[in-house]
Write a protein that binds this ligand. Sequence first.
Ligand code: BEZ
Length: 250
Amino acid sequence: MSAVEQKWSVEDYERNARFVSDLAQGVLEWLAPRPGERVLDLGCGDGVLSARLAQSGCRVVGVDIDEGMLSAARARGVQVVQASGENLPFEREFDAVFSNAALHWMTNAGAVLEGVYRALRPGGRFVAEMGGHGNVAAIITAMRAVARRRGADESLAGPWFFPTPEVYADMLRQAGFSVRRMELIPRPTRLPGGMSAWLKIFRGVFFEQFGEDAPVVLAEVEDLLRPVLCDAHGNWTADYVRLRVEAVKE
Ligand code: BEZ
């Protein structure tokens, strides 16, 4: 398996998904960056958090696969490297590897952890937050239900890696880490652009399979979700669950 196919639009992300970095305070507190530390921001996206880490005195390198996102990160003054998280090109260079809301896009998690381990100096720490088991379960189920009803490809509905703490702890140990702490945190998250914006930004590939029927299919998915994820004022909330982890390279 490899990274989930996804096209990113920096503008759509800025407009409808800024909450992703705005909600990173908890994992940044776990990182507790110290001035002068060399930190790799894995899946840095548009570099908002890398820039924040640099402001706190760290020497930060952002790594991402998406050229558009990397341009946005460069424009913020972030030093970036273009690479797949499943094939990281670093050797014993970093005091910490940090990642927010990126690892669930990289489905070859074993290869990611091997690369993170290689990138760290001995004693270095890996602090990350990603979608955990049960993340966006209602949203995925609604897409699958509509795809099944229409005889379409259900597997395009939810290709992400959302592990349980037990599974991820095993994988970390197998890669050579010792796990300091790990938490599975339900975090219902308000969607400023509503459900349709979320679906279009993060699962466009699923809807593209329906060609000109895509808008109708989008409305069907929304209709299924409205009773559980939309309140009486029309505010949408996604059923996010975070897996937060700190592990150390012994
Ligand atoms: C997440 O941050 O949990 C997430 C974002 C987009 C798609 C799937 C999961």
